[in-house]
Design a protein. Structure first.
Lengths: 408, 534
């Protein structure tokens, strides 16, 4: 099977269309960032509090909001999250609310108190099973000893109840319950749970209709540090790549590859800004992946160019680049297609948590492939003429004249 | 035979890696347990609490500076060097903070003795003359010594926190430095999804000090100051005491403690004579000797039991006490348990501030894993199926290389004890992408060589030879940048760099070496003149 059979496309002849397209995309992204006052950072970079809550049925967001307002948590953002059937909501507080007091987790505690008031319906003295840890459940089981294990000694009984509590909580946390049960009877399918255990739990616990799934509280310093670090580290990585390519190829190749990769990151960030997606730490991981991928793609083409230059010193540089892109086209499309397949499955099936991550990868693979075909090579031609130490300068005069591409 | 040797080598690698992942299971349950214990998931996948905290190391330097004040006086007396005054110079507000002690009124002829004393006893301090005053000297804490104290404080904070977390029974906690040179720590507590108590216990400085009371109790800070003419006597401080029916109480106590929490050898929850919850402590030998001396000299005075700069109790010293004591106060039984625990685990050398907190509920982790696994399997199967369709026989080759690549990667993560996190999975994805790419590069090149009319054997050799240069360049470039990420990045970014580096090294082995061996094997069994399935 073969998609391309020795294509002969004049890529460099149509380069201006794509340079214009890239500039337009970059400009749209940058304008979007400028209009929106920078990128939308996730909680890990911005600082603040985010609590991810799952409800057993669709919650009334207005009720939550007014109750939070009453608790002096004004300005809280409340958003639905994930697929509608999951009834998940994200409640966020910005940094001001988070650090107004010494206690970092004050906002979170207020949110949980508010939710308990609205959705708890607990009886006095009972604990909320849906928000209890295995340790708590185990403590209560040991105290009540519904399986009559005390005769076997304290340690044995404690261990047995701890294992049972783990099993019960694992059951609660696994799909389709995902952290919430609505009746203690559901637990009867867990091995080791009998009527006595259920009676004990029913006696000591109640079932609220919400479960806190995830909490993130980021102070101002951590957020700022992380943001700075992500930028510096990425730039340092690009710098190291530049040096290596310089060493293995020539300076102009390195500069072209780095500029092309930078182009990819800029446009991807532009998409994030346009679509109002947040930049979180996992998105940074995806961007680093994109940097690696795009660089890989570009180097494959450059490698072919270098090889062809060695084999055929007299060929016009522009023709040679066209030929090199055509020779590697089949490979470029195949690899990109396959990688795209993999990240697309991550995007479609990976779930909400890694949505930003997989989105960055999907956009990144497309942009990365596009740039290594249409953008990296024109930039290489541009720098090949201008940077010192380039092959053109080092070669005999007659060749140098030939190698300077004629403008079309 | 040459192929045989290489095949055996690959077999050994595969067996070692497989054993690394599954161990020696006797049944299916053991197999599951082994895999689970070998592939360690990060908190974002498994659930638990992730804390970032700041250690205020400057506290420790301040304590060092306070202690030296007392020692300077003692040594001056011991060496018969007369002096008018020894004081702390108050210039700790500047950045970076400076710690200086000023010695005033030393006669000119004793200057030599002072210099000898300083170099012998206070090597961490630098002695210099005060400008414009021949009898005044200044001891300044050396920058290196201050830095050393800060680092020591960080290390001690780490070990104290580790002790405390261990005593609480948290399994496999991670306590490590976070960032570079910022005195920040990251504490990860797998499985803990309600960290309130753990946080309180970690944060509790539990700085226990026993100090001789000079005056008190007094009803307010103002009345205490008024009783001493508005100025505190030298080397004393005012501390708040318990608030009872009569309102606040304040005590004037010696600045330097008779003994501190560092001198403890043990602490146990107990009850006092009235049946109230209390903590009994015992002192180690040095501390006991010092405590005996101080209490012996101060019979009839009050002894303040100071915890975190608050007086909890101030009993009158009836007679000399040496090695044990009791702390009582308005404590609940739970509080007494926790207090004994933190006293046992050693005091924090500096206060702590929480910078960030992340609690991943176990159900969220479970959802992430389930979705991630489904997505990975779908993606993986799609890629492998495509390789088979597009490259037919050679597709098998690529798929085998890809599977082996993943096995090596997972095994290496297990052997290195690395933790798999979401960014780590990003590294795996890039690895798979580049693994597929390596194969595509080689196969496309072989096809090219075949098109040029080369014989099958020569085409395979040529394809590998040419593609090898490209593969080395792409891989080394990426590994170089991963090395930078690993060196300068923290937590999540490092996780990405680690999986990526291991994955790419494994890929060099599988796509260049293993794949070649399979090709050579196929070629050796091929009938003469038959076509290569690629």
């Amino acid at each position: 099977m073969e998609f391309f059979h020795e294509p002969k496309i004049d890529w460099m002849g149509i380069k201006w269309y794509f340079i214009a397209l890239s500039l337009a995309l970059a400009a749209i992204g940058l304008i979007s960032m400028a209009v929106k006052g920078g990128l939308a950072y996730g909680i890990d970079f911005r600082g603040g509090t985010v609590v991810n809550v799952k409800f057993s049925k669709a919650p009334n967001l207005d009720a939550i909001r007014s109750e939070l307002d009453r608790q002096n948590l004004r300005g809280a953002t409340i958003q639905r999250y994930g697929v509608p059937g999951d009834h998940e909501v994200i409640i966020g507080l910005d940094l001001k609310t988070t650090t107004s007091s010494e206690a970092l987790d004050q906002g979170k505690r207020a949110i949980v108190t508010t939710l308990s008031g609205l959705f708890g319906q607990g009886q006095a003295g009972k604990l909320d099973f849906n928000n209890s840890s295995p340790q708590t459940v185990s403590d209560h089981l040991v105290a009540a000893d519904p399986l009559g294990l005390s005769s076997q000694g304290f340690d044995t009984a404690t261990k047995a109840y701890r294992d049972l509590a783990d099993a019960v909580i694992n059951f609660r946390n696994s799909a389709p319950r995902s952290g919430l049960i609505s009746d203690f009877q559901e637990l009867s399918s867990v091995p080791g749970v009998n009527a006595g255990v259920i009676a004990t739990l029913r006696n000591d616990f109640y079932l609220s209709s919400f479960a806190v799934k995830n909490t993130q509280i980021v102070g101002p310093k951590v957020g700022k540090d992380l943001r700075r670090q992500a930028v510096y580290v990425t730039l340092a990585g690009l710098g190291a790549m530049l040096v290596y390519i310089w060493f293995r190829f020539e300076l102009s190749y390195g500069v072209a590859a780095v500029v092309a990769t930078f182009h990819d990151v800029t446009i991807t960030l532009g998409f994030f800004s346009l679509l109002n997606k947040e930049i979180s730490l996992t998105v940074i991981a995806a961007l680093l992946t994109l940097v690696g991928y795009s660089m890989n793609d570009t180097i494959v083409v450059f490698d072919r160019i270098r090889e062809n230059v060695r084999l055929n010193k007299r060929e016009n540089f522009v023709d040679l680049i066209n030929r090199s892109i055509n020779q590697t086209l089949s490979r470029t499309i195949l690899t990109s297609g396959l990688t795209f397949l993999a990240v697309l499955s991550l995007f479609l099936f990976g779930g909400e948590v890694i949505h930003g991550f997989s989105f960055a990868l999907v956009v990144g693979v497309i942009i990365g492939t596009y740039s290594s075909i249409f953008i990296a090579s024109p930039i290489l031609v541009f720098f090949q003429k201008r940077l010192p130490g380039s092959a053109v300068v080092a070669r005999p005069k007659s060749y140098a004249r030939e190698a300077v591409p004629a403008r079309r | 035979m040459k192929i045989k040797g290489r095949a055996i080598f690959i077999g050994i690698v595969m067996v070692v890696c497989l054993l690394g992942i599954i161990g020696f299971p006797k049944n299916f349950q053991e197999l599951k347990d082994n895999v689970r214990s070998r592939i360690r998931m990060g908190l974002d996948l498994k659930g638990g609490t992730h804390l970032v905290l700041l250690v205020n190391v400057e506290d420790a330097v301040n304590i060092t500076a306070d202690q030296v004040l007392e020692r300077v006086r003692d040594e001056l007396k011991a060496k018969n060097i007369p002096y008018a005054d020894v004081q702390k110079a108050d210039d700790t507000q500047v950045q970076p903070p400076k710690h200086r002690v000023v010695v005033k009124g030393v006669p000119q002829e004793k200057a030599g003795d002072l210099q000898t004393l300083s170099s012998e006893q206070f090597s961490d301090w630098e002695l210099s003359r005060m400008p414009g005053d021949a009898t005044s000297w200044m001891l300044a804490l050396k920058t290196t010594a201050a830095a050393n104290t800060r680092n020591q404080a960080l290390l001690q904070a780490m070990s104290t926190i580790r002790n405390r977390v261990d005593q609480l029974g948290v399994t496999e906690p991670t306590i490590a430095e976070y960032g570079q040179g910022d005195y920040e720590l990251v504490v990860q507590l797998p499985g803990v999804d309600d960290p309130t108590r753990v946080k309180d216990i970690i944060q509790s400085t539990a700085l226990l000090e026993l100090k001789i009371v000079q005056d008190g109790p007094m009803s307010s800070r103002e009345s205490a100051l008024a009783a001493h003419g508005g100025v505190l006597p030298p080397d004393t401080q005012l501390l708040p005491g318990p608030t009872g029916q009569n309102g606040e109480t304040w005590y004037l106590v010696n600045r330097v403690a008779a003994v501190t929490g560092r001198d403890l050898s043990g602490a146990e929850p107990s009850h006092d004579v009235n049946g109230r919850p209390s903590v009994n402590f015992t002192l180690a030998r040095d501390g006991a000797a010092r405590f005996g001396r101080v209490t012996g000299a101060n019979v009839g005075k009050q002894l303040a039991i100071v915890l975190d700069n608050r007086v909890y109790d101030a009993p009158v010293i009836q007679s000399q006490i040496s090695d044990r004591g009791e702390i009582t106060g308005p404590f609940t039984p739970q509080k007494v348990q926790d207090l004994a625990l933190v006293l046992r685990s050693g005091a924090l050398p500096a206060s702590i501030k929480y910078l960030s907190e992340e609690i991943v509920g176990p159900s969220l982790g479970a959802d992430s894993i389930r979705h991630g696994v489904i997505a990975c399997i779908v993606g993986f199967v799609a890629v492998m199926a495509f390789m088979l369709v597009y490259y037919r026989g050679a597709g098998i080759n690529a798929d085998l290389a890809l599977i082996l690549n993943l096995i090596i990667l997972i095994a290496a993560l297990g052997y290195f004890g690395a933790v798999l996190t979401l960014p780590g999975i990003a590294g795996v994805i890039l690895t798979v992408g580049m693994g597929v790419d390596s194969n595509v590069l080689i196969f496309e090149r072989i096809r090219e060589e075949l098109r040029l009319g080369k014989a099958v054997g020569a085409a395979v050799a040529g394809g590998f030879e040419h593609a090898f240069v490209t593969i080395i360049d792409t891989h080394v470039t990426t590994i170089v940048s991963a090395a930078i990420l690993f060196t300068f990045g923290t937590g999540p970014i490092r996780g990405f760099a680690v999986t990526l580096t291991i994955g790419l090294l494994a890929n060099l082995f599988t796509s260049v070496f293993v794949s070649r061996v399979i090709f050579d094997y196929v070629l050796s069994r091929r009938e003469k003149g038959a076509e290569l399935s690629i």
